[in-house]
Design a binder for this molecule. Structure first.
Ligand SMILES: Cc1cc2nc3c(=O)[nH]c(=O)nc-3n(C[C@H](O)[C@H](O)[C@H](O)COP(=O)(O)O)c2cc1C
Length: 155
């Protein structure tokens, strides 16, 4: 065991296998998406989930100000979507979206979909935790998930 520093902290966390999600919001008829693996379930009654975003993110204000958002759980053949939305201000014109109920958009061919109302934002360290109430859900039993381990996709 070693005293924690940024490098060994990140390396240790990378040993925790996660799925990958894209969190999508709409502002002024433009869709913003971000690759996020800090997604987690929080509560069953009521149905709550959470994720965190770095407060240094170029689009943090758009996420802080939104009322509704979608969380798209990626399937194994959506690695390109994960890479795309981990870039700064990625264009969304060529992404295949499905319209939601609350001026929201889902990414087609995801393995799971959550349509959420943003209920709480909590500042902690250099991140903001977003707590969301889930309103609508959907999933596809035929697809396999995209997983992330050791800072790489498991393909
Ligand atoms: C696999 C993966 C998971 C990520 N998870 C998160 C996350 O949970 N929270 C976060 O703030 N950024 C996360 N990022 C980084 C963002 O997707 C994005 O690269 C970063 O916010 C910088 O872009 P921005 O300044 O436009 O926001 C992740 C990136 C990758 C590739």
């Amino acid at each position: 065991m070693k005293k924690v520093n940024i490098k060994n902290f990140k390396q240790t966390l990378s040993k925790f296998t996660t799925g990958i999600t894209i969190v999508c919001v709409e502002k002024n008829n433009k869709i913003f998406g971000k690759t996020v693996n800090s997604f987690n379930s929080l509560s069953l009654k009521p149905p709550l989930v959470l994720f965190s975003l770095g407060n240094y993110s170029s689009s943090i204000k758009t996420f802080i100000d939104c009322k509704y958002l979608t969380i798209n759980i990626l399937s194994k053949n959506q690695k390109n979507i994960s890479d795309h939305f981990s870039k700064k201000n990625p264009p969304t014109e060529k992404i295949n979206f499905i319209k939601g109920h609350y001026n929201t958009s889902f990414i087609r061919d995801s393995i799971g979909y959550l349509e959420c109302k943003l209920t709480e934002k909590i500042k902690k360290g250099d991140h903001i935790i977003f707590i969301c109430k889930v309103i609508n859900v959907g999933y596809n039993n035929k697809l396999k998930p995209l997983s992330y381990f050791n800072s790489k996709y498991l393909l």
